[in-house]
Design a protein around this ligand. Structure first.
Ligand code: XUL
Length: 489
């Protein structure tokens, strides 16, 4: 049977999943290969920490695009050596961390050695300039789906143009990570899909084309430097001769790539409004399908085009896995010990709370990293473990209210979704049943499924039912958490 490859170039790793299936039976496929390559470990020469280059300014977050290129080569070598019958490789699709941008010259060299990535929070001035040039934050949000966000590509491009006009001048094409990786596969400049292009503050959601006022507000002569935007299932080329010669791979069809969150929508099998996905990865995100683009008036969230055709709502938190790891490491725990302590403490944590802003936070907007303890002793390990998880779940609930949907069912995905205790807190906070997605890496799975144009197989997954007593505690706690957050913004 034909094989379909899905790739996900995320913050910390590149993951590949191959499924074997028959497009005529879109939900009857099997996973036959899965591999993850951690950037820090596999490619130490690039000097990243958690996939990000160290920088003196905590607001700056950049990664070397040459590292992603090297990772793709290493992953293709792994796939070539997998023993799979790769003559059957029919199509490839991919997903990548959103918002990050790669600057290429006309000759295909890097016009900028680093790519600003989604964790960057250094463009407040450029956000204000763009919003004011287009007639305000609300108008920008009405058209592009989001007010100006520091990590979004428009503000990043503007900052590059201001800081390094010669580098900007030498730039012929500005890719997102998704279209950059797709370009490497097809050996030519690849287009963008509307899902990932909506993370730039430059695309008009209703037309899925560039919105000229934002493009003109961003940087001079930008339009010719932007990729085309094509529908989400477009075949953009075939695997370039380079890959065929280097790794003996066939000229498989390559589909346009998308962002990791839009891809996760497919990988988690979210179809109807009211179905909600929560991804606990490097970033924590809450997202779900949206029939009509109802933008966030609170300024908390985003509306993106969805790879399934309509729209999706999303709110993103920067302090996801790195905050959980910080608390784990503060007390010298492993994950089993972390879970034990979480189990040993009651919902509500006897009033102890933590604002876990170890990195600059996106939601709510916190420019200078800090943590805030409320009735929490600095040496209280169990208190910190529950407090970080409760803070994350309460923040997810609080800052997704703008979506206007009452979650009927939640699909949890991402690395931390393997933890039962975390999912129980999630169910209790939201008062909705939580199931684990069939795969922690829904972005890579979503890409493989997209390559096949298939669907998620519905497996009987464990359900974490909300406990009435726990939910009551969190209903009561939410306003107190919101007040603590407000007081410390
Ligand atoms: C979404 C966002 C993050 C990245 C992480 O808006 O910034 O979820 O996509 O890879």
């Amino acid at each position: 049977m034909p094989l379909y490859l899905g790739l996900d170039c995320s913050t910390q790793s590149l993951t590949a999943i191959v499924i074997d299936g028959d497009p005529a039976r879109p939900d009857a496929w099997q996973r036959v290969f899965e591999s993850s390559l951690n950037f820090d470990e596999a490619l130490p020469a690039f000097g990243t920490r958690h996939g990000v280059l160290p920088h003196a300014d905590p607001r700056v977050a950049q990664a070397p695009p040459a590292m992603w290129r090297a990772a793709l080569d290493a992953m293709m070598a792994r796939i070539a050596a997998s023993g799979l019958d790769l003559s059957q490789l029919d199509a490839i699709a991919g997903a990548a961390q959103q918002h990050g941008s790669v600057y290429l010259t006309a000759g295909g060299d890097f016009a900028r050695a680093v790519a600003p990535i989604w964790m960057d929070a250094s463009t407040a001035a450029e956000c204000a300039e763009i919003e004011s040039a287009v007639g305000g934050a609300a108008r920008l949000a009405q058209h592009t789906g989001s007010r100006a966000f520091e990590r979004f590509t428009a503000a990043q491009i503007r900052k590059f143009w201001k800081d390094d006009p010669a580098g900007y001048e030498a730039t012929d094409r500005i890719h997102l990570v998704s279209s950059y990786m797709a370009s490497l596969l097809i050996g030519a400049n690849a287009p963008l899909d509307p899902g990932d292009a909506s993370g730039m503050n430059l695309m008009d959601l209703r037309t899925s084309q560039w919105w000229t006022p934002a493009v003109e507000a961003c940087a001079p002569d930008l339009a010719r430097r932007l990729p085309a935007i094509v529908p989400p299932s477009t075949v953009i080329g075939t695997l370039a001769p380079h890959w065929q010669m280097r790794h003996g791979l066939p000229p498989a069809r390559v589909l346009v790539w998308t962002g990791d969150n839009p891809s996760s929508l497919i990988g988690a099998g979210l179809i109807d409004e009211g179905q909600i996905g929560i991804s606990l990865g490097t970033s924590d995100t809450i997202f779900g399908p949206m029939r009509e683009p109802r933008v966030s008036t609170s300024g908390d969230g985003h509306v993106f085009a969805s790879p399934t055709g309509a729209f999706m709502a999303l709110t993103c938190f920067a302090n996801g896995s790195l905050a959980r790891e910080n608390v784990r490491d503060m007390f010298g725990l492993d994950w089993a010990g972390f879970s034990d302590l979480l189990r040993s403490t009651p919902p509500g944590n006897n009033g102890r709370m933590l604002l876990p802003w170890f990195e600059p936070e996106i939601t709510p907007h916190i420019a200078t990293p800090r943590i805030v303890r409320h009735q929490l002793d600095a040496h209280d390990a169990a208190g910190h473990v529950r407090a970080v998880i409760e803070a994350q779940m309460l923040a997810l609930a609080l800052h997704s209210r703008w979506m206007g949907v009452t979650p009927r069912a939640i699909r949890a995905t991402g690395g931390a979704s393997v933890n039962d205790e975390v999912l129980q807190v999630m169910a209790d906070v939201f008062g909705a049943p939580v199931t684990r997605a069939p795969e922690a890496n829904t972005a890579a799975l979503g890409a493989a499924i997209r390559a096949m144009r298939g669907r998620v197989q519905e497996e009987a997954a464990a359900v974490f039912a909300p406990a009435a007593a726990g939910h009551a505690v969190y209903l009561d706690m939410l306003p107190r958490y919101a007040a603590l957050e407000r007081a410390n913004r």
